[in-house]
Design a binder for this molecule. Structure first.
Ligand code: HEC
Length: 154
C-alpha cells in the first residue's frame, strides 16, 4: 500500500512537472523580458517627468536614469526572444513573429537603442534643454521597435 502511494505520488509529481513545461516553456523568459522593458519604462518615466517639468531637473538623477537604460539595453539580445515565444503561443507574450522572420532588423533595432541610450546619457546629464531634445531620440528607438515587433495590447 505504501509503495503504491509512493508510486502514485511520484507519478503525479512527474506529470505536473511535465505538464507545466508543456503548457508554457517560455514563462520565465517572457517574464524576464517584461521586467527589462518595464524597468526601462520606469527610468524613462523619471526623465519624462523632468522634460514635462512635472519634476525638477536634476542632472545626477537624470544621468543615473539614462545610465540605467544604457545598462538594460546592453542586456537585450535574442536570449530573451527564443523562437516560439511569440504572441498567442507563449502566455502573456506580445512579441510578433516578425522578430524571427526579420531577425537582422530586430537586432539592428536593439543596436539603435544602445546608440540612442548612450547619446541620451550625455544629453540627460547636461541640462534640461538637452534632456528635452534627447527624449526624442531615446523615445524614438523604443517606438520604432514596438511599431514593428510588438502586438499592441487591447
Ligand atoms: C528591439 C526591440 C525593442 C526595443 C528597442 C524596445 N522594446 Fe519594449 N518591447 C519589445 C517587445 C517585442 C515587447 C513585447 C514583449 C512581450 O510581450 O513578450 C516589448 C514590450 C514592452 C513593454 C511592455 C512590457 C509588459 O509587461 O508587457 C514596455 C513597457 C516596453 N516594451 C518599454 C520599452 C521602452 C521604454 C523602450 C525604450 C527605452 C523599449 N521598450 C525598447 C521590443 C522592444
Amino acid at each position: 500500500m505504501r509503495l503504491v502511494l509512493m508510486i502514485v505520488a511520484a507519478g503525479a509529481a512527474l506529470a505536473s512537472g511535465a505538464f507545466a513545461e508543456d503548457e508554457d516553456p517560455f514563462a520565465d523568459t517572457v517574464e524576464i523580458r517584461h521586467g527589462l522593458m518595464l524597468q526601462m519604462a520606469s527610468e524613462l518615466g523619471k526623465v519624462g517627468a523632468m522634460a514635462k517639468e512635472e519634476a525638477p531637473y536634476d542632472a545626477a538623477v537624470a544621468g543615473k536614469a539614462a545610465a540605467n537604460i544604457v545598462a538594460i539595453a546592453s542586456v537585450l539580445s535574442m536570449d530573451q526572444f527564443p523562437a516560439g515565444s511569440e504572441y498567442q503561443k507563449a502566455t502573456d507574450s506580445f512579441a510578433l513573429p516578425a522578430i524571427w522572420e526579420k531577425q537582422d532588423d530586430f537586432l539592428t533595432k536593439i543596436a539603435d537603442l544602445n546608440t540612442a541610450a548612450a547619446a541620451f546619457q550625455t544629453a540627460a546629464s547636461t541640462d534640461l534643454a538637452s534632456l528635452k531634445t534627447g527624449m526624442e531620440g531615446i523615445g524614438g528607438a523604443c517606438a520604432a521597435c514596438h511599431k514593428a515587433y510588438r502586438q499592441p495590447e487591447e
